[in-house]
Design a protein around this ligand. Sequence first.
Ligand SMILES: O=P(O)(O)OC[C@H]1O[C@@H](O)[C@H](O)[C@@H](O)[C@@H]1O
Length: 320
Amino acid sequence: MVDRANRPSALSAPSAAAPGPQVDITGSGASSKVTATLPSGESVEILLYGATVISWKSNGGKTENLWLSEKAALDGSKAVRGGIPVVFPVFGPPPKSGHATSSLPQHGFARTSRWEFLGKATSEDALDSSSVKLDFGLYSSNVSPEARKAWPLDFGLVYSVTLAKDSLQTVVNVRNEGESSFEFQMLLHTYLKVKDISKVSINGLLGVEYVDKVLDASTHKQSDPSVTITGEVDRIYASIPQTTTTVLEDGTPRFDVVRDNLQDTVVWNPWKEKAASMADFSPDGAFTEMVCVEVGAVKGWQKLEKGEVFEGGQTIKSLL
Ligand SMILES: O=P(O)(O)OC[C@H]1O[C@@H](O)[C@H](O)[C@@H](O)[C@@H]1O
């Protein structure tokens, strides 16, 4: 028989319940957002508009990892300039004609649609490993009439954003809910915040072929182990064998971007002139404080038959 009276107090005393992650919904209409904060201070903010992650703080809440333009529209009037816009069902300008996405705007409609907050799931095994998963949904039945008209296919998207102590995972699940097959592209347009672009290098792309959108869409092979940025860069690295792309600052790893079931990555920095031409890119000179490392499935098309599901995403680790 267990002698309860002689048990060490740490086992017998009921442990005080550890505080769990805090999840709040604030704002109204197009400005509504979901904020989650871990007991250790890390946080994430997601606008329902576009299910756009607009802030991710790690390091006990002290370090912002995502760049957000000071002039980013956060009222649902246009796609957010910064954070992590979700690109679906087409990346970039759509094919001019002859494809089901041809009438869509650049980067599709997911980033400019209002998503539904589906709820949260938490894990609080220990303070250090606590995490919170937030799910968002977008369905053909609740996109705008314009988007529905331009892409009249039946789909369901569930976007899961999981905040853990040193990482943020964002995963898109696409389901074909119609009778016929459809094709799509998707991408997570992550704007990473850096201190000084001149000290940034990006590793993990060696030997990979890329399309250089700045140089007339010609194809090249990455022959240097590090990508450095000294002018406008807009490259689509496709069919990447290694799963991790590392962003270094001053030679020190700052972010690992780990792809899950996604083979492509776009590296983008608009540099001075292009940044100045974008009304919502601010302040002047902010192009030196960001780099986009955008994981996706953008080479060719993903095809889903009736009832089929595709899932792909990323885990970004803040290495500070
Ligand atoms: O201005 P937008 O539509 O948000 O696009 C920003 C950039 O997004 C990148 O993904 C594209 O490769 C660039 O060509 C584009 O300029």
